[in-house]
Design a protein around this ligand. Structure first.
Ligand code: THU
Length: 298
């Protein structure tokens, strides 16, 4: 773990909150490609508590859900991933970590929001932690473009820890549905896919065969090429369904997906069975721009 949360809990909160928040904070640092050891102070308080901080530090005398106070002032347009030298100057010799700042969350407000959205408090705390972590890493949401950029990063981190707007089951169901559109008159092996991009968009695909057999395209690459041709380069999960056997992706698809998403989660399903692996497990020592074997893009 590269992010340590120094938690101060002043109000009642779920037992599993701390572990989840730490997982989310680490996923945020990973999504931003920051591998330095980081420390963040987190205060979980009530509405009165957060209101006091909001009044004292921002001049707003109101309770809110989350506040974040970054230690680091980033150069214009830069975020943590491009400011590693700056961050390393915050290294504390005692802890061995770079202090990134403070996060304050109101548990009663998070509870209300969780009820409103129909999900658990733990999940809401995950969202709020990701939002605050990206603020600490230099993101904001004043301009529309910045807001989209921040939202994409939040989705990426949350998806990586399984807090998805789209659930695995929904993704698998879309993939199963897509087998019906497969064009496989030669092999009769119908494949359907659903690829979840880091911003939460789902791209579907199916295998498309050809009487000149070698020109066949697999379901995985159909979905991937649709997504890339719409400007998406960041992916979290692919679900692959087939009618005849467990459809683990072929070597060509592993390599093509690896180009964009070495950490992709791969879910395969056939009949009622579901199995899961990461792309790195399916393609060890992978060759690609973000792989371990070579790093073209630096
Ligand atoms: N197929 C896929 O769609 N994905 C794979 O990863 C392996 C194979 C398709 C291609 C062809 O239409 C059929 O399965 C039989 O090879």
């Amino acid at each position: 773990m590269s992010v340590i949360l120094d938690l101060e809990i002043l109000t009642h909160c779920p037992d599993d909150a701390a572990a989840l928040m730490e997982k989310v904070a680490n996923a945020c640092a990973h999504a931003e490609d920051v591998t330095l050891p980081l420390e963040v102070h987190v205060l979980l308080t009530d509405n009165e508590g957060i209101r006091t901080y909001n009044r004292e530090y921002r001049g707003i005398d109101k309770a809110t859900d989350v506040l974040s106070f970054p230690t680091i002032s980033y150069a214009a347009g830069k975020t943590a991933g491009q400011s590693l030298k700056r961050i390393s100057r915050e290294m504390d010799v005692d802890t061995g970590c770079c202090f990134m700042g403070d996060i304050i969350i109101s548990i009663p407000r998070a509870t209300e929001q969780a009820e409103e959205y129909g999900h658990s408090l733990t999940r809401e705390l995950g969202y709020l932690t990701a939002h605050a972590m990206f603020h600490l890493m230099g993101y904001d949401h004043i301009e529309e473009d910045d807001k989209r950029r921040m939202r994409t990063m939040e989705e990426k981190a949350l998806n990586a820890v399984g807090i998805n707007r789209v659930t695995d089951e929904e993704l698998l169901e879309k993939a199963r549905e897509m087998t019906k559109l497969s064009y496989a008159p030669y092999s009769k092996f119908t494949v359907g896919t659903a690829l979840l991009a880091a911003d939460g968009t789902v791209y579907t695909g199916c295998n498309i065969e050809n009487s000149s057999y070698g020109l066949t395209i697999c379901g995985e690459r159909t979905a991937l090429f649709k997504a890339v041709s719409e400007g998406k380069h960041d992916f979290v999960t692919i679900a692959i369904a087939a009618n005849n056997a467990m459809p683990w992706p072929c070597g060509a698809c592993r390599q093509t997906l690896y180009e964009f998403a070495p950490d992709l989660r791969v879910l395969v399903t056939w009949k009622d069975q579901v199995e899961e692996a990461t792309l790195r497990e399916l393609l060890p020592h992978g060759f690609g721009p973000k792989g371990e074997a070579i790093n073209f893009l630096g």
